[in-house]
Write a protein that binds this ligand. Sequence first.
Ligand SMILES: NC(=O)c1ccc[n+]([C@@H]2O[C@H](COP(=O)([O-])OP(=O)(O)OC[C@H]3O[C@@H](n4cnc5c(N)ncnc54)[C@H](OP(=O)(O)O)[C@@H]3O)[C@@H](O)[C@H]2O)c1
Length: 262
Amino acid sequence: MNASMRQLAVVTGASSGIGLELARECARHGYDLVLAADTPLGKAEAELSAMGVKVESVQADLATQEGVDKLYEALQGRTVEALLANAGHGLGKGFLDQDFSEVRHVIDTNITGTIYLIQLVGNDMRSRRGGRILITGSIAGFMPGTFQAVYNGTKAFIDSFSWALRNELKDSGVTVTCLMPGVTDTEFFERADLMDTKVGTQENKADPAEVARIGFKAMLDGEGDVVAGMKNKIQSAMASVTPSAMLAEQHRKMAEPGSAKQ
Ligand SMILES: NC(=O)c1ccc[n+]([C@@H]2O[C@H](COP(=O)([O-])OP(=O)(O)OC[C@H]3O[C@@H](n4cnc5c(N)ncnc54)[C@H](OP(=O)(O)O)[C@@H]3O)[C@@H](O)[C@H]2O)c1
């Protein structure tokens, strides 16, 4: 595609997993890219540039207002056609045993930084009456996350926020889509210290490339949300009619430390 015709997409959490795959989808569809993560993105930048689009990267902790400002400033007022707000991380173990600074980092990344960036970029989109926002929520938002309580809470927030923002923007030309993956084969479980759990060691995790393909298509189609995968669709439908106490007990079986051995 001619460089002057290419549109710009911003992908957060693009160093690995679902975010890297979303960035690949953007590149395949001819978007120039600004990538963000809190570790160096040189490898992703090189790979995606080789696909014939322009790629820049910003290293920033998106749990902080300064980190989000740094990313927004790097956009230098350019028109962002698509914002893929995907950065996020989990945190296993019982809530009372967690380090509170890590708890806070989960909330600040998954919620505060995510919605701050959406507010900045979303205002520009609304002013020019166009743009697409894809937010990575999770089917985890449908169930109380015993031994991942804070993470699931953040995703319940995101799943809900996404629908509300979509409705607020319904006549604005800006679409909001929530991608809700289930268990996906990424670095998520290692980073969240869940490798001694059943969910962390589960073998049939979804392919992040497939999850990203589904999410990207839903964004282009302007859908409200998309649950990636049939098994997850059934699980989320069941969750809406299952008592919370039962869901919390089911989650314990998946995420309790030591459950990998049982
Ligand atoms: N894997 C699953 O089963 C699953 C299921 C449902 C939803 N999700 C969601 O999918 C999204 C992507 O996760 P993933 O599974 O692809 O895991 P991943 O491979 O660990 O990728 C997470 C990405 O987010 C970035 N990130 C995390 N905290 C950040 C921060 N404070 N500032 C900047 N970047 C940050 C990471 O960057 P660095 O490399 O720089 O740390 C990385 O690029 C998350 O929102 C997650 O909650 C995952």
